[in-house]
Design a protein. Sequence first.
Lengths: 290, 315, 258
Amino acid sequence: MINFINQVINGLSTGSMYALVAIGYTMVYGIAKMINFAHGDIIMAGAYFALIAMGIVGPIPAILFSIVATAALGVLTEKVAYKPLRGKGSLEVLITAIGVSYLLENAFLLIFGSAARTFPQIMPKGTINLGGISIKYITIITLVVTAVCTAILLFFINKTKLGKAMRAVSEDQGAAQLMGINVDTTVSLTFAIGSGLGAIAGVIYGCAYSLITPYIGLMLGIKAFIAAVLGGIGSVPGAMVGGLMLGVAESLTIAYISSDFSDAVVFGILILVLLVKPAGLFGKNVREKV
Amino acid sequence: MKKLLKSELFKAFILSIVIFAVLMIGTATSFINSYWQGVLILCGINIILAVSLNLAAGYLGQLTLGHAGFMSVGAYTSALISIYLNLPFIVSLLIGAVAAGIIGLVIGIPVLRLKGDYLCIITLAFNEIIRVIMNNLEITNGAKGLIGIPMNTNLVYVFIAMIITIFVVYSIVKSRHGRAIISIREDETASELSGIDVGYYKVFAFAVSAIFAGLAGGLYAHYYTVILPKGFDFNKSVEILVMVVLGGMGNLKGSIIAAIVLTVIPELLISFSQYRMLLYAIVLIAAMILKGTGKGEQIMERLSFFKKKDEVKPE
Amino acid sequence: MSTPLLKTEGLGIQFGGLKAVDEFNFEINKNQLFGLIGPNGAGKTTVFNLLTGVYQPTSGRILFEGQPIKKANTIKITKAGIARTFQNIRLFKEMSVIDNVKVGLHYSHPYTVFDALFHTPKYKKAEAAMQEEALSLLRVFHLEEFAESKAKNLPYGKQRKLEIARALATAPKLLLLDEPAAGMNPAETAELMETIKIVREKFSVAILLIEHDMKLVMGICEKIAVLNFGTVLAFGTPEEIRNNPDVVAAYLGNEEEG
């Protein structure tokens, strides 16, 4: 039983990392109506930016730098690769996103090499004990950070003017434009936020797994995407819930079945969701108007 | 009208005979050395992959990222048959292709109800699941890879398989079945309301596409003699999709040319292999943007080879 | 009294709490040309969607040639003989004009994939027949010279005609036209009216059309049903409808359309 709870808590920790990434995915999908395949690689970039920065300054400024740099990278990819295709077929955008993903992976591969780099251990070590259950400090910090970020984000989306603009653009781009909302800026802002959150996720990844390579983005991105779909693509709370659920499912599979099958289980969940309720847990089923 | 069709087929027939003759003479006289024979074989396999994917992605318009999965089913099935059952090469190839087709049916029927982005992701998921299965089965030797596959593939087999693939896909596309398939891509609702059995045709195109991917997989396995689950992952699916997209969705000639170009150029650039993927990515993004914004079409019109039949200017 | 071609009994559909169509009772017979009008949002397209199986009714039923359409399946309905066009023209844009029509002819000359692969005589005969039939359909609409052009390159008015041609290729007994004159100028509308009359003559098909253009509706429809809030307000000849006070009230004077 204790072991089970431990695994669940581990799962929540991994899950919150997925959640942060999934939120970025879901926001971009809601606003730009595209699946940003390169999102996972943005997270990877965030991890590397933090890595280099920590060689020069302390952890906090390094993380801040990474957030800014990654946000900038996200905005850059949007402006260069996605904006020209806005409104055109989703097929072209998807392939472009795949291209951006390849580009980032290989660019970082060239710069940093394929050998894994050790991520500086900036998190306090040690655990606390709650009635026989040991929780690592890292886990707690991860959960808290994720919760805080999500809370701030939800506040931003629901209570601020910019947030309202984002929601408007995601509902009806044309109408939003007619209301005087600058769609370009709103989309860029969305990418910036999504990427910035991704940077935090990248740092968490580095701390949790201590080794990073240019390839970490791929699997992370796919799993986060699955989490977003599970929660209902376009829904931020959904992405959070989806991420946590996925993390727990993965953790339990690794613990009780095998780590080999954890990937298959994760994909199996995706298939199940898409076949049974494509709109996900919190999503809406949108009917095509004839 | 019939005459034109006859002459187009006839021209293609003559062309293939000529190419075949050139290839045979080339290999016999060692003008084409074994390295380039390998490249040509790979070209042929990639053409089969691109043309078959074009049927599902280009003509039917369903973005699938699972093509490599079907290839792997064909590869492993035919390889295992060759190794354990010692049946003739053609038989093992055919069984591999059929196996892939069956998997295509099994996956296609539930999955093709989904639209666009969702379909794309779910095919990716199935691709990964196939990979994980192959990675964990005893009989496929898992991640260590299946070795000892007899090297039965040669240029003749590949060429004939390629011609058959092109011919089948072309014939389907030109027939009423092809029109049905394309109409689904253009407007699924209108197609249904014109009486087309959309569900049937989606699965049909998907399954046929899978069969030929399986065929390509079988040829691949019996050339490289070793296959790993890793070689049929998401990246492989994307590689093939890129060929289709670059050549033009629904453009058969384009797929063939793109497959050749994208097989040969990496070989030529092997000394730059570090930068190859980077260049690849840049070219991909650039091509997509050019295509999407229509500038690509303007450039393509200069290259008359890609030019489709002339259209009447709108009044 | 013979069985009507199409009859609806208490047809209705409810979306959540909203009854988009309610107690829709309607009949049309072979060769009749009826109009369905009503203010925006009255439920006209919804009725079409119900008739073609895009929506499942939540109440009532539809009888086509005396047979109830159960758990309606769009493909079956089309094969049974109901065809339609759309408000926003839905052509197969990248396909040629003649191929668009040939899609409608899909089941009229069937052959298998194997026939196609081996170019059997069956295949050749079928293709030749489809070519001929498609061309003759195009000729009715004066579109044959554009046969090989891409559908997307046709001007708007001709696209509309092509859509009707494609619908007719399925050899329907009932043709549903959803706002065929939408987006047309008076000249194009007049041409469309002629086209519909020709369709009436040459093809023994019942026509039900949704329209906002009163000139067209009053000009060619034998009888008109007025829909308001998802239910039939009035049903009668153009004269009767024009003079019906309820109808006038429903439209609030927006009767005469240019």
